[in-house]
Write a protein that binds this ligand. Structure first.
Ligand SMILES: [Zn+2]
Ligand SMILES: [Zn+2]
Length: 154
C-alpha cells in the first residue's frame, strides 16, 4: 500500500489538480481595479472611473461596474451603440489603457487593459472598446490559471 497522498497542494500555485486546477472568476466578484501604468486605484463611489474619448473626439468620463461580468456603464458623453471608443485613459496619469494589439474575440474591436485584483489573484483584464459589446478577457498567461464565468449574453 502506498502512503496516502494529499490530493491538494495549496501552497503550490502551479498544481494541476484533478479538476482544471484553475481558479473560477464568478459573475459579481468585486474587482479591485488599478491603472496598469501608475497603479492608481480607479474605483470611486463603487464605479471604475476612466477618461473616455468617443468617435467624435469628445472627452468625458466613463463609469464601469467593478463587479465582474456586470455590464453596467454610464458616461457623460454620447457613446453610440456599436461604435468603438477612440480612447480610454487613466484619470490620474492620463496614459491610454488601449491595447491595440489585443482584439475582442467576439467583435474584433480593439480592447483596453485594466489591472484587477481579487483575493489571491492579480490579473490583467481586457475589455472591448465597442459600445455595447460585453466581451472581456484575460492575458494568455492568466487564462492558464483562471476560468471566467461564461458570457451570459451569448
Ligand atoms: Zn494611471
Ligand atoms: Zn467586442
Amino acid at each position: 500500500m502506498p502512503e496516502e497522498q494529499h490530493p491538494e497542494h495549496p501552497m503550490d500555485p502551479r498544481t494541476d489538480g484533478p479538476g482544471s486546477g484553475r481558479e473560477a472568476l464568478k459573475t459579481g466578484t468585486y474587482l479591485h481595479t488599478y491603472c496598469p501604468h501608475c497603479k492608481y486605484d480607479l474605483v470611486e463611489d463603487n464605479w471604475i472611473k476612466l477618461v473616455v474619448t468617443n468617435t467624435a473626439g469628445e472627452r468625458g468620463q466613463l463609469r464601469l461596474s467593478p463587479r465582474f461580468n456586470v455590464l453596467h456603464r454610464e458616461s457623460d458623453i454620447a457613446l453610440h451603440p456599436d461604435t468603438e471608443m477612440r480612447d480610454l485613459a487613466c484619470p490620474r496619469c492620463g496614459a491610454s489603457i488601449v491595447e491595440p494589439n489585443r482584439r475582442c474575440r467576439r467583435c474584433s474591436a480593439r480592447t483596453a487593459k485594466l489591472h484587477v485584483s481579487i483575493v489571491r489573484l492579480d490579473l490583467d483584464l481586457y475589455i472591448c472598446l465597442r459600445t455595447g459589446c460585453p466581451w472581456h478577457g484575460l492575458s494568455q498567461e492568466d487564462e492558464g490559471r483562471v476560468v471566467l464565468d461564461e458570457d451570459r449574453e451569448g
